[in-house]
Design a protein. Structure first.
Length: 316
């Protein structure tokens, strides 16, 4: 009987520790349920997107190709700075001080637009980063819930087996002893099988400002992205092979790796809604997708860096 008492005390102690840990986790989750990543002030960006007729834009500005790459020309057009560049080229033909001053003024005007574009990139990438961290914390919460549940079930399985073994040794009747052993084994196995729940627990997670929804729909339906950033996402000329846009390539990877090429499942996913109840796998998928978009957004800085290098060569 002493052994049974020790087992009972051990179960109570472990359950108390797990319950205390879960209470702390549930208190922390309240700060993560709704987004703290969105900006306190909502800027209403213009709805006007740059022209996607890239071949015509490049052809109309072919005299710039000696100084700028095709991508740089398209960025200048998106920033509405092509006229300034044409003026600089004309002014460079005149070496007077007045022309030099005018060139510097025009370059300052171009740099101002580029600076705004860079800050937009940083802001969007920062929000992707923040949302990714928020989702990761929620994911860890659900993982802890699942781990705590499994630990309890494993403990119950061990205790059930131990109790059955002790009780079987105490009971002298062979028939009853066998029945206790079989019953204890069945209950213990049941607890063990319960740990194999593939989906686990779920938690409510809200994201009315859903950065991934417009990406998945391939349509700018919200004020989440500045027009310049969206143009860089969706213009094929800025992708590696110029066959698909950055956004389309990202969506294809998500469909394949996150949803096993099941378009219907993807379209139903809570990931692209205003929020809802998430399981651990969905949370980890969302975190991965946000981190991928953060990286893709930061790569646009390379295109702007090349433009700045081309512009400096033109001025010098």
């Amino acid at each position: 009987m002493k052994k049974l008492g020790y087992l009972f005390m051990m179960v109570c102690l472990m359950n108390s520790c797990v319950s205390k840990k879960n209470r702390v986790i549930r208190q922390n989750i309240l700060t993560l349920k709704d987004s703290y990543c969105k900006a306190p002030f909502q800027y209403n960006y213009s709805d006007r997107l740059p022209s996607y007729n890239s071949d015509s834009i490049i052809a109309a500005n072919r005299e710039l190709k000696g100084n700028f790459s095709d991508q740089s020309i398209l960025i200048l057009n998106a920033l509405d700075n092509l006229d300034e560049v044409h003026d600089i080229i004309e002014l460079k033909k005149d070496s007077s001080l007045a022309s030099q001053v005018k060139v510097l003024q025009l370059k300052t005007k171009i740099n101002s637009k580029i600076t705004i574009a860079l800050t937009e990139l940083d802001a969007v990438a920062a929000e992707f980063d923040c949302e990714g961290e928020r989702v990761a914390q929620i994911g860890n919460y659900v993982d802890n819930l699942n781990a705590s549940r499994n630990n309890r079930l494993i403990l119950y399985s061990i205790v059930t087996g131990a109790v059955a073994s002790i009780a079987g040794g105490i009971v002298k009747d062979e028939g009853w002893s066998s029945a206790i052993d079989i019953g204890g084994g069945a209950v213990g196995a049941g607890f063990g099988l319960a740990t194999l729940n593939p989906k686990g627990k779920k938690v409510e997670f809200i994201h009315q400002r859903n950065l991934l929804r417009d990406i998945w729909n391939e349509k700018l339906e919200s004020p989440n992205f500045p027009p310049f950033i969206w143009y860089m996402y969706t213009e094929k000329k800025f992708s590696n092979k110029e066959k698909h846009s950055l956004l389309t390539s990202m969506k294809e990877r998500w469909l394949h790796y996150q949803f096993d090429d099941d378009m219907e499942e993807a379209n139903r996913s809570v990931i692209f809604k205003d929020g809802g109840y998430y399981r651990s796998g969905d949370l980890h998928n969302r975190a991965a997708m946000l981190n991928q978009m953060q990286s893709a957004t930061r790569t646009i800085n390379q295109n702007i860096n090349y433009l700045l290098l081309d512009l400096d060569k033109l001025i010098l």
